[in-house]
Design a protein around this ligand. Structure first.
Ligand code: OXD
Ligand code: MN
Length: 595
């Protein structure tokens, strides 16, 4: 660790002049009392954790029950991503596109510069160098985040390869993302998350919530990443990556896009049901995939992250036993309930509901008092190495070859359990027309269907029309194209009950997908794509009636006519940038539906 008592970069552990000058410039603007360069060591983790406990930022949990675990309570006004305060600052407004908020870069630097001016007086600035992607991977990217939040420094340590290895990998290079963050006074009226893709820069002010402030994640790995991906011929996607191995020992790698809080972590860590002897699912990543064509013409994916920032409520030994094991130690919990014996509790946890506890806002709580003990978007930050199902390829610098891409939304109707696209272009159309009911991961109304192409609506760093065209163009550089599928685990019956059990039983759908990829099973054509023939989804050991199965897989033409209208509104928004190939797909679907 190298730190100074004055806000100078005097004894910084790097000779990289570009980095030093930039840190100096930011320190002159924000005026911290101290600058601490993070090295990522165990000693540093201990020291920062002790400091955070002393400042009341972390509450130690019962160290016998949850070794190395701490609870953080955020400001109640700061519990989710703030899409309305997230900006893409490109020189031309059109480059950000109609689905992003835009601010002129000069205006943004001036406006936020005023907020950053002197904002770290009396505080420490942590310099957090980090790598997104396996160390030494040619596909990894380096970032440096300057932050006045010790919570951010500790979270970045879990979520990225942070500290000395990042500085070593950077060397004298100027090629790093410049991230500046201050919690400011956590005032929603002075909260901005601004991205400057042309400068590889992110400025985040006024929030302490993960998605807004762990700048490697949504800001660099997705928004800036998607921009760089288009420039450099690769793809940054909001996708989990898993490897599924069949009893013959053949592993198939799958990437799957679902909107926030729709079960990516559960799917990535799934344990197959008892009937699936000899099958196993292993996690490469649970949220983000960086994918590019490899020398053998296949599409390779790395997980740029080193940890999981997962939604806590609903996690239990039935829905996700691997996540429960992952968060048993060395985990930072944010906004969950605290039990009298120093453990954590959330809605949907196993076991008895405690008769009393302290809720996520620090207030006494009793069952039935009308409040949630844990915030619906409460989170765990845990190292991926804790995951019993981690893939041996999670750190592979070359990544894993992807054979199937899955798009899934949260839809109570319309979208059937599973279907396969006719081809790549049709698959891109399925991804582009994804819709999903909104969740608590972002502020705003929950449960409203919104179009969410490739689950990237809040994360695409440039014009959505150009992004969809980039997907279409990638076809030219991938010789062995992954097959594309659409799934929906969330269909409901007339009484609002989910018709598909989900969780581990999603293995049954995954098996069909693997069999399709390997050419092992014929299929049936429908208006929407290829679907399993009757009986092709294995329901052995599952208590599901043929009627319910029919409901889960049904395609209702009237629902699809309404869906087409809603898709039209989305495509109209893209104007002349709506890709021609997708418009043709749309026409074909309209004619198949006869409307
Ligand atoms: C996340 C999100 O935190 O998508 O991963 O909101
Ligand atoms: Mn996500």
């Amino acid at each position: 660790m190298a730190s100074t008592q004055m806000a100078s970069v005097g004894n910084a552990p790097t000779k990289n002049q570009t980095l030093l000058q930039w840190v100096n410039r930011c320190a002159r603007m924000t005026q911290p009392d101290r600058i601490v360069w993070c090295d990522g060591s165990e000693e540093e983790k201990k020291r920062l954790t002790e400091q955070a406990v002393k400042e009341g930022i972390l509450i130690p949990l019962n160290q016998e029950k949850r070794p190395g675990c701490y609870l953080h309570r955020s400001n109640p006004n700061d519990v989710a991503r703030v899409e309305h305060l997230t900006f893409i600052c490109t020189p031309n407004k059109t480059d950000a596109g109609p689905t992003n908020n835009w601010m002129d870069p000069e205006e943004a630097y001036t406006k936020l510069g005023q907020l950053f001016d002197g904002c770290m007086k009396g505080r420490t600035m942590y310099v957090v160098p980090y790598v997104m992607g396996p160390l030494g991977s040619p596909y990894a990217k380096i970032g440096v985040e300057l932050t006045d939040s010790i919570y951010v420094a500790l979270n970045m340590r879990i979520m990225t390869r942070m500290g000395k290895p990042a500085l070593d990998m950077l060397g004298e290079s100027e090629d790093f993302n410049r991230g500046l963050h201050s919690t400011g006074d956590v005032n929603p009226d002075r909260r901005y998350i601004c991205h400057f893709p042309h400068d590889n820069t992110i400025w985040s002010f006024g929030s302490g919530y993960g998605g807004n402030v762990l700048l490697g994640k949504k800001c660099l790995a997705l928004r800036i990443g998607s921009y760089l991906g288009r420039e450099e011929g690769w793809m940054a996607e909001h996708m989990l990556i898993l490897g599924v191995t069949n009893p013959e020992g053949v592993t198939t790698y799958v990437a799957a896009a679902f909107p926030s809080a729709c079960g990516k972590t559960n799917f990535a860590m799934m344990i197959p049901p008892g009937e699936y002897k000899g099958w196993k699912v292993e996690t490469v990543g649970d949220d983000i995939a960086w994918m590019r064509p490899g020398p053998d013409g296949r599409l390779y994916a790395i997980n740029p992250e080193a940890g999981y920032f997962g939604v806590v409520p609903g996690t239990n030994n039935k829905t996700n036993p691997n996540a429960m094991a992952t968060i048993a130690k060395d985990t930072l919990f944010t906004n969950v309930g605290l039990t009298p014996d120093g453990d954590v509790w959330w809605e949907g946890k196993d076991g008895e509901v405690p008769s009393e506890l302290i809720d996520w806002q620090g207030k006494p709580w009793k069952p039935g008092n009308g409040e949630k003990a844990a915030h619906p978007n409460s989170r765990f930050t845990a190292p991926m190495t804790n995951n019993p199902a981690i893939s041996s390829k999670a750190n592979d610098p070359q990544g894993v070859p992807i054979s199937a891409i899955i798009f899934g939304g949260r839809r109570s109707n319309t979208v059937p359990l599973v279907l396969q696209a006719f081809n790549w272009t049709h698959g891109v159309f399925l991804g582009a027309t994804m819709g999903s009911e909104t969740t608590a991961a972002a502020t705003g109304k929950v449960g409203v269907v919104r179009r969410d192409p490739m689950a990237m609506l809040p994360f695409c760093g440039y014009h959505m029309g150009d992004y969809l065209q980039h997907w279409l163009d990638m076809q030219k550089s991938i010789t062995h194209l992954p097959k594309i599928f659409q799934v929906n685990w969330f269909r409901q019956d007339k009484n609002g009950k989910f018709v598909w059990p989900g969780f581990g039983d999603n293995m049954r759908v995954l098996e069909w997908i693997v069999n399709r990829v390997q050419g092992r099973v014929p299929t049936q054509e429908t208006l929407l794509g290829w679907v399993p023939r009757n009986g092709d989804i294995n329901t052995k050991g599952l208590d599901i009636s043929p009627d319910t199965m029919a409901e889960a897989t049904s395609i209702k033409e009237d629902e699809w006519k309404a869906e087409l209208k809603s898709q039209e509104v989305f495509f109209e928004q893209l104007g002349t940038k709506a890709p021609e190939a997708l418009m043709l797909q749309r026409k074909l679907l309209i004619s198949r539906l006869g409307s």
